[in-house]
Design a protein around this ligand. Structure first.
Ligand code: PRP
Length: 208
């Protein structure tokens, strides 16, 4: 039987919770994605398979219709610029905040700030919407180091417990967006596989 539903999951912290949700609706991979090097997983349902990717790639695979549905963080989705998908559900997993943060004692700042972040599109939009001119510096990790070393005045980053900010002498300042894992569905699959996709979305709604 051909695969009727391909589900893309994002690897990382939230993967176990995503798999937990799928289990609740009766979908279990035959092998554990947490311990296997495989990227495609058959499931207990002959017609359903799971692929495990980085969050941004989940968006790309669903946008292009290779995966029919995907689970990924809203932080990633805010950065993604494709339009070939719907976002029907907040899965409520991995809740955290995307925030502007800066040093506890910032001193006097210039009028044009340097902002370090890996969320450059979201940060640009945030400041543009407020009519504030800033210079964005792209980083790939350890954002907290940027204000400490003088690379940037502030950062836009994920805050969960706030411990990382605190440990580096920073404080949260402005909320950019509330983040959690979302379900996305390829727009064509909504029509061409409407039965499978709707059944999947409805089952998730029931357990959420
Ligand atoms: C995120 C974020 C912060 C940290 C915040 O990093 O970039 O560094 O979590 O969490 P806290 O508020 O609970 O301290 P993550 O561990 O996801 O790694 P990353 O640098 O790869 O994004």
């Amino acid at each position: 039987m051909s695969t009727e539903l391909t589900i893309a999951l994002s690897k990382g912290r939230v993967l176990a919770d995503e798999l937990g949700l799928l289990k609740k609706i009766g979908i279990c991979p035959k092998e554990s994605p947490a311990s296997s090097r495989k990227l495609v997983f058959e499931t207990n349902l002959e017609s359903t398979r799971i692929i495990v990717l980085r969050g941004m790639d989940v968006a790309t695979y669903v946008d292009h219709g290779i995966a029919d549905v995907g689970m990924l963080g809203k932080d990633v989705l805010l950065e993604y610029s494709g339009t070939g998908y719907y976002e029907p559900l907040d899965l409520g997993l991995g809740r955290c905040s995307l925030m502007v943060a800066g040093l506890l004692d910032e001193g006097i700042l210039p009028s044009r700030l340097r902002i370090a972040t890996k969320f450059i599109n979201t940060a640009k939009r945030y400041y543009a919407e407020r009519g504030v001119q800033v210079d964005i510096i792209k980083l790939y990790g350890a954002m907290e180091l940027a204000p400490v070393t003088g690379l940037a005045h502030r950062i836009v980053d994920i805050v969960e417990t706030g411990n990382t900010l605190k440990a580096n002498g920073l404080k949260p300042m402005e909320l950019v967006a509330e983040i959690s894992a979302r379900l996305i569905v390829n727009s064509s699959a909504y029509k061409t596989k409407s039965h499978e996709v709707r059944r999947f979305v409805d089952s998730l709604v029931e357990v959420l």
